[in-house]
Design a binder for this molecule. Structure first.
Ligand SMILES: Cc1cc2nc3c(=O)[nH]c(=O)nc-3n(C[C@H](O)[C@H](O)[C@H](O)COP(=O)(O)OP(=O)(O)OC[C@H]3O[C@@H](n4cnc5c(N)ncnc54)[C@H](O)[C@@H]3O)c2cc1C
Length: 372
């Protein structure tokens, strides 16, 4: 007979749910993690650019840049064995249509103490001179989502966290006892003193089916193309900033490169707060935008025309509506959201996990009286 009563249940087995489950297990006797898919970290935690941000992506959002810079060394320390740090990451500033110019880029990061160096002459020559104002060498790595999955699975097993794969939560219901009941998609139910909704693009779906207030989020069906780069690009990562441009960089989970484009990676978008929300289109029904990505990128870096396409990953990218204006990607942390002891948590980037853990530690210290 499976257990039905837990101190804490985490819904969602992405990077956030797994890490939060490990944190909770340090404080509670019984923790259950529910994941709808057949394995952990198969959704947004896998289908992304795999960039361990160090601030450079956010020249117009001081707070996000600084938080990334602060979290970067911690992530590298904790997950060094799940990273590719062997390549050189270059940020190029487009000469036209960029919201930041090269001087601003240099100034912002120099002022923040985030390392930016001039690119080698051989690397600069890869870029079309008229279209790119300048190119900078930065310090940024790529994470391996498969390595993270292996690490987190091992750590959860060692911590004796129960993990149920292929098991979705359909609804959260309050019980007269003060506990929360979770109705599962296999017809069963479990109870917990506290429930953590860490389902990223699925957050509002669960809130809606539970009759709880929705959160202001926007979703995009995003395409990450997987490619074999031309020999000139091997060992390099390239990001052209700051507007409708592109990136290509190592994607360790598949031993390939990812290719994405600000204009062509999002296929369609929708909002949960619409009275009649649009359903996410099935990725199988979507045709790749890679030819458009490549055609535009090769204008900036001509040798990219020899990039070989291997396929695409599709998933939903979710952002908080209030941050669209400054391209910030902060965290969502809602406590007692519509129900006592229901937590809703989302991080816009992998490294934001430390901002969340910081809040959870503070709550825990207060609850146990360690902090007044
Ligand atoms: C296209 C794209 C590019 C990105 N690029 C980067 C990048 O380069 N660097 C970076 O740091 N971040 C990037 N991000 C953001 C990053 O991927 C996310 O911040 C992070 O993966 C969120 O982790 P998560 O665990 O919250 O979400 P997920 O990994 O999506 O985990 C949520 C889990 O919940 C499960 N689930 C959903 N509903 C239920 C339910 N009802 N019951 C049970 N389980 C459920 C899902 O199956 C899923 O496994 C990118 C995101 C996208 C989409």
């Amino acid at each position: 007979m499976k257990r039905t009563d837990y101190d804490a249940v985490v819904i969602g087995g992405g990077f956030y749910g797994c890490t939060i489950a490990l944190f909770l297990r340090e404080h509670f006797g019984s923790v259950l993690l529910l994941e709808r898919e057949k394995d952990l970290l198969t959704r947004a935690s896998l289908v992304n650019q795999a960039r361990v941000h160090n601030g450079y992506h956010y020249p117009r959002s001081f707070v996000t840049a600084l938080r990334s810079f602060v979290n970067f060394p911690q992530f590298v320390k904790d997950y060094g064995d799940c990273l590719d740090s062997s390549f050189e990451q270059y940020y190029a500033i487009a000469a036209a249509q960029s919201k930041t110019n090269a001087l601003q880029f240099l100034r912002v990061f120099s002022n923040l103490g985030i390392p930016v160096r001039p690119a080698r002459a051989a690397v600069k020559r890869l870029f079309s001179r008229g279209l790119v104002e300048d190119v900078f060498l930065t310090t940024e790595y790529a994470f391996d989502a498969v390595g993270l999955r292996r690490r987190l699975s091992f750590e959860m097993e060692r911590a004796r966290i129960e993990v149920r794969l292929g098991c979705g939560a359909e609804k959260v219901v309050p019980r007269p006892s003060g506990q929360l009941e979770l109705d599962l998609d296999n017809g069963a139910a479990v109870c917990a003193r506290r429930v953590y909704n860490c389902t990223y693009s699925g957050i509002n779906r669960l809130l809606r089916s539970s009759g709880l207030p929705l959160l202001p989020m926007k979703h995009e069906l995003a395409e990450i193309a997987l490619v074999q780069p031309p020999p000139e690009i091997e060992g390099l990562g390239i990001t052209v900033m700051d507007g409708p441009f592109f990136s290509t960089m190592p994607f360790p989970a598949r031993s390939m490169y990812s290719f994405s484009h600000v204009r062509y990676t999002p296929h369609t978008s929708w909002r949960d707060d619409d009275s009649q929300p649009a359903a996410a289109p099935a990725p199988d029904a979507v045709r790749t935008n890679f030819p458009f990505m490549l055609r535009d990128a090769a204008r900036y870096v001509p040798c990219l025309k020899d990039t070989l396409y291997a396929g695409s990953l599709f998933d939903t990218k979710t952002v908080l509506l209030k941050n669209e204006s400054n391209d910030g990607r902060p965290i969502l942390f809602r406590e007692h959201h519509g129900l006592e002891n229901l937590y809703v948590i989302m991080g816009g980037k992998i490294d934001n996990i430390y901002d969340i853990l910081h809040i959870l530690e503070g709550r825990q210290a207060r609850a146990t009286g360690a902090v007044q």
